[in-house]
Design a binder for this molecule. Structure first.
Ligand code: IPE
Ligand code: IPE
Ligand code: MG
Length: 234
């Protein structure tokens, strides 16, 4: 089977999942957390090397303080309580996003899981937190401008491949993007890495997304004819 090396997931629909059941939106986030656990483990077990998940966007700060705080508390809970499991499963956790305006306790929990998992080798789980794709390109450009000014890089060495090392994480481009929750948009997710991503939309709300649904997305991926701008040769 032709597996994607890097999968991205826009985990959308937690709020609607909860509201449809007469529950608070926070209940949807809690269920979404459980789903991520299952999916991340499954992805690793079938041999996916890179998984990037959209946990919180820079624009999600527009939500109520109550919802933002609930989400941050939930993230801390996961970083602290699932650490042992993540290590046992040899998963390396990294983050993409802006650290400024994150709560101090969130940053501490992030730093701890980064440190404890840094030597894990089976796969990389890239958690996009306070993340925006435009912001990533802007922040990368600033880093690059600084390196240019200091003579650390030459203008002729800058190209579409070398630009990756200025992004929050130096990961390969996304092969398969999955967006749950019925919407058909990118919502500022990994714009640079999305260059030739195959895009799979699922009508399921994220808490309802299961391993078999990932299988469906992988089947969709396998059936694609990826030409990368060229012409099919066989
Ligand atoms: C995605 O679910 C999770 C986050 C954005 C943190 P939503 O909270 O966006 O759920 P809907 O789209 O409102 O249903
Ligand atoms: C994208 O979902 C962000 C995450 C899944 C974390 P949103 O719910 O924020 O996106 P829009 O507002 O529907 O575009
Ligand atoms: Mg949403």
């Amino acid at each position: 089977m032709d597996l994607p090396k890097h999968i991205g997931i826009i985990m959308d629909g937690n709020g609607r999942w909860a509201v449809n059941r007469g529950l608070k939106r926070s209940e949807g986030h809690k269920e979404g957390g459980k789903t991520l656990e299952k999916i991340a483990l499954y992805a690793k077990n079938i041999g996916i090397k890179y998984l990037s998940v959209y946990a919180f966007s820079t624009d999600n700060f527009k939500r109520s303080e109550e919802e933002v705080n609930y989400l941050m508390d939930l993230l801390i809970y996961y970083f602290n309580n699932k650490l042992e499991r993540v290590c046992k499963d040899n998963i390396k956790v990294v983050f993409s996003g802006r650290r400024d305006n994150l709560r101090k306790d969130v940053m501490e929990a992030m730093d701890n899981i980064i440190l404890k998992t840094q030597n894990n080798t089976d796969c990389v789980l890239n958690i996009c937190l306070n993340y925006g794709g435009e912001e990533e390109i802007v922040d990368a450009s600033i880093k690059l401008a600084n390196d240019l000014n200091q003579g650390l890089v030459k203008k002729e060495d800058i190209n579409r491949d070398s630009f990756y090392k200025y992004l929050y994480q130096d990961l390969p481009p996304i092969d398969l993007l999955i967006r749950t929750g019925k919407e058909k948009r990118l919502s500022n997710f990994m714009l640079y890495q999305m260059i030739y991503a195959e895009i799979y939309f699922s009508d399921l709300y994220f808490p309802d997304f299961r391993e078999k649904d990932l299988d469906d997305a992988l089947k969709f991926f396998e059936e694609r004819d990826r030409r990368f701008g060229g012409v099919k040769t066989d």
